[in-house]
Design a protein around this ligand. Structure first.
Ligand code: CO
Length: 212
């Protein structure tokens, strides 16, 4: 049986369409023709971090990819296709990797437990831990350690985005996209720009992963 919560979705949708058409009667016709978003957002699947709502970006403004713990791995055809499409065809100006404090994926990766199939996915976060082992082992406060791993995971995933040939080629040719690391804080709703130095990171990445 469909619950009230379920039915409410379609009622809301009807109201939303009516409301948007009232403000701009051609909106859906225009959107049906094309999309021209400036941003690609790669974030966590967590229900508490909805990309459009936390950024205030409207329908058509944000190309979105979400997975557990906002990972960018080179053997994931899904995220790699999203990045290539966003860069080569949509010509986005910014690619954002957005992690969040309180991330269940990060938390699970720090536990010495097995989670079945998920272990393969979480291993990417454990790899981040291994890369930054010395820094992370210094933490005695578990919450602070989790927060730092969340930040370092965002940095490493930004590097994984920059490693792709699509991003490097487009940046050299067009001067975009630039890659940004953000953190969303579940505790207060605040969105934090980590201000990653894109040019410096790109230069460093190109020393090893130069794909002209
Ligand atoms: Co998460």
């Amino acid at each position: 049986m469909k619950s009230d919560k379920y039915n409410k979705i379609f009622k809301h949708n009807k109201d939303w369409v009516a409301n948007r058409i009232q403000k701009d009667k051609d909106l859906f016709e225009k959107l049906n023709e094309d999309q021209n978003p400036d941003f690609l957002y790669i974030g966590c699947s967590d229900s508490r971090v909805p990309a459009n709502i936390i950024t205030g970006l409207d329908i058509g403004d944000l190309f979105v990819h979400r997975n557990i713990a906002n990972l960018v791995t080179n053997n994931d055809l899904n995220v790699m296709s999203v990045i290539q499409y966003a860069v080569d065809f949509l010509k986005v100006k910014h690619i954002v990797v957005c992690g969040h404090y309180g991330c269940g994926g990060i938390h699970a990766a720090l536990q010495q437990d097995s989670f079945g199939l998920l272990d393969n996915w979480l291993r990417n976060i454990r790899d981040v831990y291994r890369i930054h082992f010395n820094e992370l082992e210094e933490f005695t406060d578990q919450d602070k350690k989790l927060r730092r791993l969340t930040e370092l995971n965002v940095v490493e995933q930004c590097i994984n985005v920059i490693k792709t040939s699509y991003v490097q080629k487009s940046y050299i040719k067009n001067g975009f996209p630039t890659v940004h690391g953000w953190i969303y804080d579940l505790k207060n709703g605040e969105l934090i720009d980590m201000n990653i130095d894109f040019k410096k990171t790109l230069k460093k990445v190109q020393l090893v992963y130069n794909l002209k």
